[in-house]
Structures are given as C-alpha cells and as structure tokens.
Design a protein around this ligand. Sequence first.
Ligand code: NDP
Length: 458
Amino acid sequence: MKLTQSAKSEASQVGQWGRAWNISWLSSISTLLILTTTPLIVFYFYIACAYFKGSLLAPILFHIEGKISLFELLPSLEISTINLYAAWFFLQIIFAIFLPDMIHKLLPKYRGGTQRGAVTPGGNQLKYNINGLQAWILSHTIFFFGAFIFDWFSPSVIADSWGPLLIVTNIVGYTVALFVYFKAHYFPTKPVERKFCGNWLYDFYMGIELNPRIRSFDFKLFFNGRPGIIAWTLINISFAAKQYQTYGYITNSMILVNVLQAIYVLDFFWHEAWYLKTIDISHDHFGWMLAWGDSVWLPYMYTLQGFYLLNNPVELSTGYAAAVLFLGLVGYAIFRSANNQKDHFRQNKEIEIWGKKPEKISCEYTSLDGKLHTSNLLVSGWWGRARHMNYTGDLMLSFAYCLACGMEHILPYFYFIYMSILLVHRCYRDEHRCFNKYGKAWEEYCRRVPYRLIPRVF
Ligand code: NDP
C-alpha cells in the first residue's frame, strides 16, 4: 500500500526516539522469517506436546519416515470452542470498558482507576482505565463457581479445547492485526503518532499507530493485558485439573509452575499502572507483533510448562523443588524491586534506595510539538549495578519455570531461550532509543553503569 503525501510528511516529522524509521535488509528478512515461522513453531510445539510427550525430534522424524502425517495431527475448528472463546473475549471487553475500579478504594496502595501513561513522541499523555486486577479476580471467581460449585463446565474445559482454541486464537490474532493496519491508514486515532517506514511488511509487523483506540477502548492495553494474560493462570489451573482427571493426582512440578507463574501474573495486575510506563505500552506500536503475539504466542508459549507436565507428569524430589522455588522467588524479588525502584523514582517520590538518597543524571528530550521536557536517569540501587537488572530477575524466574519440568526434554526450556533472546535484543533496542532520546546524558549513564544484565560480566 502506497503512502499518501500527507502521511509521508506527518511521518517525517515524528520524533526520532519512537520505533525504527529506516529498515535495513536484515530487519526486512528477520520480519519475514518471524511472520512465517512463529505460527508454525506454535503448531509444532502443540503437536510435540500433545502427541509425543514433549519430544521435539519425534514428530518430524515420524513424518519423514511416513509413520504419521503432521497435517493430520493439526487441530480443527469446533463451534463449541468458538462459543467458548467468544464468551471469554466479550466478557473481557465488557470488563475493560465498564468495570469501575473499586480496589483502590479498599487498598490505597493499589494504583487503579484513571491513570496516565508516558509522554508520547507526539507530546500526548493518554489516560487509561486501570481495572485489570478486578477483571482478573472476577474472571477467576466466575471460573471457580462455574467449574466447582455450579458444574456449568469442567475445570479442564480449557485443556480439553486446547487444540481447537489454537485455531480460534490465530483467527483473532490475524484479524486484529489486519484491522489495525487498515485503521492506521483510513481512520487513525492520532495521525501524528503513526510511523511508516516505507516497508509495508515491517509496518504490518511492528504496527503503524502507537495507541490505536476506538473511543476509550485502547487496543494495546487490552490485548497486552487482558484476554491472554488473565487466561494464563486459568489455563494453568485447567492443565492441573486435567492432570488430576487423567492420572488421579497432581504432581508437585505442576503445583510449582502454577504457583510461580501465578505470582508473575498477579504482580502484573497489582502493578498495572506501572505497566503503562514500560516499553510495551509507552513505545511499541500496535501491529501483528502485539496483536498476534498477545492472542496466540502468549497463551500458548508462556503456558508451555503446564501443557508439557500434563502430557509428561514429573514428580520432583523435595530438595530439587525447594531449590527451584528459591531461585524463582529470588528472581521475582530482583525483578520487582528493580522495577519498583525506577517507578517510585520516576514518580518523584521522596524515596531512599538501599538506605540512601538516590543518585541521578538529569536529562532533557524534545517531543514532536517542539516542547522541551526534563527527566532523570536513576544511578542507584539495581540501576547502578547494571542497566537492566529487572530483566535479569525476570530471566531467573523464567528459568525456574523451566527447571520445574525436570531435564528430560528441551521443549519446556523454550520459554527461557525465548525470553533470553527477547530481553537481550530489548537491551539493545531500548538503549538505541534512549540514546536517541537523551543523547549525552545516556552516554554518561552508560559510562557510569557499564554492564547490561550481569554486573561485571555483561
Ligand atoms: P524497562 O521497564 O526497563 O523500561 C525501559 C525504559 O526505562 C527506558 O526506555 C527508559 O524509558 C527508562 N529507563 C531506562 N534506564 C533508566 C534509568 N536508569 N533510570 C530511569 N529510567 C530509565 O523495560 P521494559 O518495559 O522492557 O520491561 C519492564 C518489565 O517487563 C521488565 O522487568 C521485563 O523483564 C518485563 N518484560 C516481560 C516480558 C514478558 O513477555 N514476560 C516482555 C518484556 C518485558 P524513558 O523513555 O521513560 O526514559
């Protein structure tokens, strides 16, 4: 699709610190590769787990030897699954739009209700309705009553529909990605915050609009933070229920994965206001990467450990399980305290970090409207040890989920491999953006804190 002249000139004015402008041939090839291979990976992993106990080699070998056809193992669409997903999806839309946040009235420490996002390259600061924790609690209450009290459905309902759901979520992911691509061209929310790089495939993949909205409905917060991530804990519960129905017991590994991942998901909802200031919401544009990623990749690849353990039950020794729990909790503590330190610092709270007044580097940046803004970079606490210790903690927790599955197969470790690639790449992507935004102040920060993820190592 060709850009109109006005879109080109609007695009050329946007501040240089948003998503990439000039796409190298390497980025074009990577985009094509990601678009074509990631859906296949999800289907392949589903087949490996559902039919081959988590072996990654067996499906392809069996296919080559003619013992089975991988195509015959692909799930098919079922009307009951479409209804199930539609009910879930529309319930989440209703919650996102209409649920008034009551929790911040009961618990003043919780930041819910109307909250503001980060200043965008166009100089806007959007308002968001933060009620995800309430939506999570209500969704789980409905599931609990429906499955265990009123017998409306089996607690294994999600596990039972896992194959057909993969088709439905793909249809949703692609439809939303196409919709926002055309919306960006024909009825954008804030035309000035669009980015066109001249390569339509990259635009489709990374997204054109920064914050596509229809009235107050925000696509990016909804898809990043509702149907997929609320379902994460329900999916795990459903896998545990299915394991119980199949074998008559629930393994300690399944409980460990449920507990560790529930901590991560609940943390997300308790800190939803903080999430508005993270890269996902403040800098990433909304395209296929987030639309398909949140609809398919997140619910299928982030819950891989539970699905693996359902088909391959592992009972861990008490010592091993305790060590994995310890690693996960330490990782979580680093992840959360690093994120809190930056969040509180950026809110200009009179805080102390590790018993001292925080050290900072003052910096300035200009938004598209020419306004000069001031900000600060934190040089104390975790942010003085390495520039992305919040990623380090996240990686430790991710590794703990994988270790909970034992050592028989590499498949459950995919999450850790994926998160390592994602977060190391993010270090470079974010630092490039921060350098464009803050210039010399960022260079000064990198000079004072020379390590990225592991102090004195990397
Ligand atoms: P950060 O929360 O680290 O945000 C990066 C931004 O923080 C920078 O762009 C800059 O933004 C600001 N910043 C950087 N250094 C400093 C500093 N020294 N002082 C003050 N501000 C600074 O990154 P993410 O948004 O990527 O990640 C947030 C969390 O989410 C992480 O813990 C990560 O592990 C997790 N995550 C999880 C994923 C998952 O799929 N499970 C995926 C991605 C992230 P500004 O323009 O405001 O200055």
